[in-house]
Design a protein around this ligand. Structure first.
Ligand code: ADP
Ligand code: MG
Ligand code: MG
Ligand code: MG
Ligand code: MG
Ligand code: MG
Length: 681
C-alpha cells in the first residue's frame, strides 16, 4: 500500500467535495514530474521485491491456527532491532525494512536497498528474502510464525480465527457479517478506505466465489455459516436479499481481498520510453505468472473452485456505484466503468511502432478534461489516456491537513489516485527530490510458501525483462485477450488444464535472434570472435529498429497469436515459438556467469520449467490436495479448524525443509534454517 500520512481523514460526504481538487492538483503534480524527468536517461537497473506475510498464532492445545493481530507491536519491535543490526552491519549489507499492510495480521518486507544488476546481487535475492523472514520470525512470540501464504483459509469463519478474538458485530467500517473491525490496520487510512469504498459504492462489497463441489457437498449449497438474520447494520439484509449466491462462497468486506499476501517486483528503467516498453511487454506475462504462482484455493472455511486471489481483491475494493457498474442509467456519475479500481491493466502505453492500435481494444473511459490538459501540455496520446483513465477514479482518503500541497515538491495528490489504482502493472514516475527514476511494478503474482520459490519467480522475471529489452521482443496481443487470460488463470488447476492466448512470433528484428533460437539467427560463430559477455544485467539498450529496416510481416492481429498451454508458453511450441525459458537462457548466454552462479540460476529456472510442464504442482493444487486427503475431511468442501491447523503446520515444516514434498518442491530443497542464523547473507 502507499505511504501512510498522519492526519485526520475526511468521511466520504466531505471527501467527495474535494475530488476535483485532488485530481486537478494531482495532474499538476504529474506535469511537474514530467517536466523534470521526461528526458532523464541512463538510470541503471535497480530492482526489488516486496513479500507479504501473515503472522499466524499456533494454538497447539486447541489445534487452532489463528491470525495474530499484533502488527503494531511487531513492527515497532522490528524497526528497533533493525536499527541495532544496522549498527554492526558489514559494509554493503543493507538491513531490510518492514512495512504495515492492510490486515492487522500482515507484514510486508523489502530489501533495505534495491538490488543492482550485478550477478552477485541476483544470487543474493534468496538469501535476502530468507534473512528478512528469519528476522521477523526471531522477533515474534514463540508460537507465532510469519507465513508467506496468499489467503488464510479460515478468515471470516464463525468462532475464533484471530488472536485475540473479536466479534464481527463491531465492524463499523466494513459492516461485514464476518470480519471484525480489528482485522484492519488501525492507522486511520485503512478503516477510512474501507468505509469510504462502502459509502461510495452505496452497498457493501460483494464477492461470490464458486464453491468447489465435492462428492458430499450438500446441493444446493446454502451456506449455514452466514448469519442470514443478523440485524445490526443497515446492509445486513443484503445477504438474504440476493447478494449471497447459492453454491458460492460469499465475501462482503475489503479485508477478504486486501488481507491476501502477494509477491511484487519493481524495476527501474533506463528512461521513460524503456519503462513504457517494459510495462507493455510485461502486461501479457501478468496472467501467465498468476496461473503459475496460484496459491489460494480456500476461503472462509471452504474450498473454492478457483486457485487465485485476484478477483477477490478486485471485488473487495470495488467502489463503483450502480450507475458506474451499468446497473442503472448514468445520471449522477460521469462514466460507465467496466472494471474495479483493482484489476488488470487496460491500455498499452508504449509509442514503439510495434504497439499497433488494434491491441488497445478495451473500452477505456477517461476524463476528457484531464486528457486535454495533458495533451495541451505536450504529452502524447497514449500516456495522456493512461493517466486520464486512472483519474476517472475518486480519491477515497483525504486528510484535512494535506488538502493544500506544494505542487512542485509533493506528489501526494497524484499518488492518492495512482496508488489506489491497483492494477497488474504499475507505471511509477520518479518521485520528487530523489534520485529514483522511472519504474515498472509487476503485481500479479501470488506469494509462494518458500523463499526459494519467491526468489525463483523474482529472478525469472528480472531475466525475462532483460531478454525483452535486449532481444527486442514483442509480446503484444490484444489487451482484451490478456483479460481473458486473467479469467482463465484463476480457474482451478489452470496451470495444467487451461490454454492461454500468447503471441507466436516474438522477435521484432530477426537479426537480433540469438543463434540458439533457430537457423535464421546470427552468423556462424567461426566467422567472428565470440561476442563479449556482459558482467551485469544492463538497463540501457539501443532503440527498436525502424520498420523499414526489419520489414515486418503485416498480418491481421488475429493471426499473430494462438492458444497455448503453460508448458508451451514456457518450454516452447514447435519451431516458431521458442518459449519464455529459451528467451531467458539466450539472455543468460550473453552474461559472464560462472559455473556456481549458473547452477543456482538453473535451479530457479528448473522450478519454473517443472511448474509449467506439470511435473511440480502449484501451491494451490498442493493445498487443495492436502485438504482433500486429510483424514478429517468429509468431502463436503469444508476446511475445518483442525484441517487448517494441520495445513499451516505442514506449510511451516515445508518452509523449514523438515517436511519433504517432492510433488511441490525440488528434492534438494533445504529450507529456511531459522534457528542457526544461517541465512545466506
Ligand atoms: P510500493 O509498496 O509502493 O509498491 P515499496 O516501497 O514497498 O513500494 O517497494 C518497492 C520495491 O522497489 C522495493 O523492493 C525496493 O527495494 C525497490 N526499489 C527501491 N528503489 C528502487 C529503484 N530506484 N528502482 C527500482 N526499484 C527500487
Ligand atoms: Mg504490499
Ligand atoms: Mg510495498
Ligand atoms: Mg507501498
Ligand atoms: Mg508494491
Ligand atoms: Mg518460516
Amino acid at each position: 500500500m502507499g505511504l501512510l500520512s498522519i492526519g485526520t481523514p475526511l468521511p466520504w460526504e466531505e471527501a467527495k467535495k474535494w475530488a476535483d481538487h485532488v485530481r486537478f492538483h494531482g495532474i499538476t503534480q504529474f506535469l511537474n514530474t514530467w517536466e523534470r524527468t521526461k528526458d532523464r536517461h541512463g538510470d541503471e537497473l535497480l530492482w526489488g521485491d516486496e513479500i507479504e506475510y501473515m503472522v499466524v498464532t499456533f494454538d497447539d492445545a486447541e489445534k487452532n491456527a489463528k491470525l495474530s493481530l499484533r502488527q503494531t507491536e511487531i513492527l515497532a519491535k522490528l524497526s528497533s532491532i533493525v536499527d541495532d543490526i544496522c549498527a554492526d552491519c558489514p559494509p554493503g549489507v543493507t538491513v531490510p525494512t518492514f512495512h504495515p499492510e492492510y490486515g492487522r495480521y500482515m507484514l510486508e518486507s523489502t530489501p533495505g536497498s534495491p538490488y543492482t544488476g550485478t550477478i552477485p546481487d541476483l544470487l543474493a535475492v534468496e538469501g535476502n528474502m530468507r534473512f528478512r523472514r528469519s528476522l521477523a520470525r526471531q522477533h515474534l512470540k514463540p508460537n507465532e510464525i510469519p507465513m508467506s501464504f496468499t489467503s488464510f483459509p479460515r478468515l471470516g469463519v464463525p468462532g475464533q480465527f484471530t488472536e485475540p478474538y473479536y466479534d464481527p458485530a463491531d465492524a463499523v467500517s466494513s459492516h461485514s457479517l464476518f470480519l471484525p473491525e480489528e482485522i484492519t490496520n488501525p492507522h486511520a487510512r485503512f478503516p477510512t478506505l474501507t468505509a469510504n469504498i462502502r459509502r461510495r459504492r452505496g452497498s457493501k462489497v460483494c464477492i461470490n466465489l464458486p464453491l468447489f463441489i465435492d462428492s458430499r457437498t450438500p446441493r444446493p449449497f446454502i451456506d449455514p455459516t452466514i448469519p442470514w438474520q443478523r440485524n445490526i447494520y443497515p446492509e445486513d439484509p443484503e445477504a438474504k436479499n440476493g447478494a449471497a449466491l447459492r453454491d458460492h462462497i460469499y465475501l462482503d468486506a475489503m479485508g477478504f481481498g486486501m488481507g491476501c499476501c502477494c509477491l511484487q517486483l519493481t524495476f527501474q528503467a533506463c528512461n521513460v520510453n524503456d519503462a513504457r516498453r517494459m510495462y507493455d511487454g510485461l502486461i501479457p506475462i501478468g496472467p501467465i505468472l498468476l496461473a503459475l504462482t496460484a496459491a489460494s484455493p480456500a476461503w472462509r472455511g471452504y474450498l473454492a473452485d478457483v486457485d487465485c486471489r485476484w478477483n477477490v481483491i478486485a471485488g473487495s475494493v470495488d467502489d463503483r456505484t450502480e450507475e458506474e457498474r451499468g446497473l442503472k442509467p448514468l445520471k449522477n456519475d460521469r462514466f460507465r466503468i467496466p472494471k474495479s479500481r483493482y484489476d488488470s491493466v487496460d491500455l498499452y502505453i508504449s509509442n514503439d511502432w510495434i504497439n499497433r492500435p488494434e491491441y488497445n481494444d478495451n473500452y477505456l473511459p477517461y476524463d476528457q478534461n484531464i486528457y486535454d490538459r495533458l495533451r495541451n501540455h505536450g504529452l502524447d496520446d497514449l500516456l495522456s489516456r493512461h493517466i486520464a483513465h486512472l483519474f476517472i477514479r475518486d480519491p477515497l482518503v483525504i486528510f484535512s491537513e494535506t488538502i493544500y500541497q506544494d505542487d512542485t515538491n509533493s506528489t501526494d495528490h497524484f499518488e492518492n489516485i495512482q496508488s489506489t489504482n491497483w492494477q497488474t502493472l504499475r507505471f511509477k514516475p520518479p518521485p520528487p527530490n530523489s534520485s529514483v527514476g522511472w519504474r515498472v511494478e509487476f503485481r500479479s503474482m501470488e506469494v509462494q510458501m518458500t523463499d526459494f520459490e519467491n526468489a525463483a519467480f523474482a529472478v525469472f522475471v528480472v531475466l525475462l525483462s532483460r531478454a525483452l529489452l535486449k532481444f527486442k521482443l514483442n509480446f503484444y496481443i490484444p489487451i482484451s485477450k490478456v483479460d481473458e487470460n486473467m479469467g482463465r488463470a484463476q480457474r482451478r488447476d489452470a496451470a495444467r488444464s487451461e490454454k492461454f492466448y500468447f503471441r507466436k512470433d516474438v522477435y521484432v528484428d530477426p537479426s537480433s535472434k540469438p543463434s540458439s533460437a533457430g537457423s535464421s539467427g546470427a552468423s556462424s560463430p567461426t566467422d567472428e570472435a565470440p561476442p563479449k559477455k556482459e558482467k551485469k544485467l544492463l538497463n540501457c539498450f539501443p532503440p527498436l529498429p525502424l520498420p523499414e529496416d526489419v520489414a515486418p510481416l503485416e498480418r491481421p492481429v488475429e493471426e499473430e497469436y494462438e492458444e497455448m498451454t503453460l508448458d508451451e508458453i514456457f518450454n516452447g511450441k514447435g519451431d516458431a515459438f521458442p518459449g519464455l525459458l529459451r528467451l531467458v537462457y539466450d539472455y543468460l548466454a550473453t552474461l559472464d556467469v560462472d559455473q556456481e552462479a549458473s547452477a543456482k540460476i538453473e535451479k530457479y529456472l528448473d522450478l519454473i520449467r517443472r511448474r509449467a510442464n506439470g511435473s511440480l504442482q502449484t501451491p494451490a493444487t498442493w493445498i487443495r490436495n492436502f485438504v482433500r486427503s486429510h483424514p478429517d475431511y468429509k468431502h463436503d468442501s469444508v476446511v475445518s479448524q483442525k484441517i487448517n491447523y494441520d495445513l499451516l503446520v505442514a506449510v511451516d515444516e515445508i518452509e523449514r525443509g523438515v517436511r519433504r514434498v517432492p510433488e511441490l518442491l525440488p528434492k534438494d530443497y533445504t529450507g529456511g534454517d531459522h534457528d542457526k542464523g544461517n541465512i545466506g547473507l
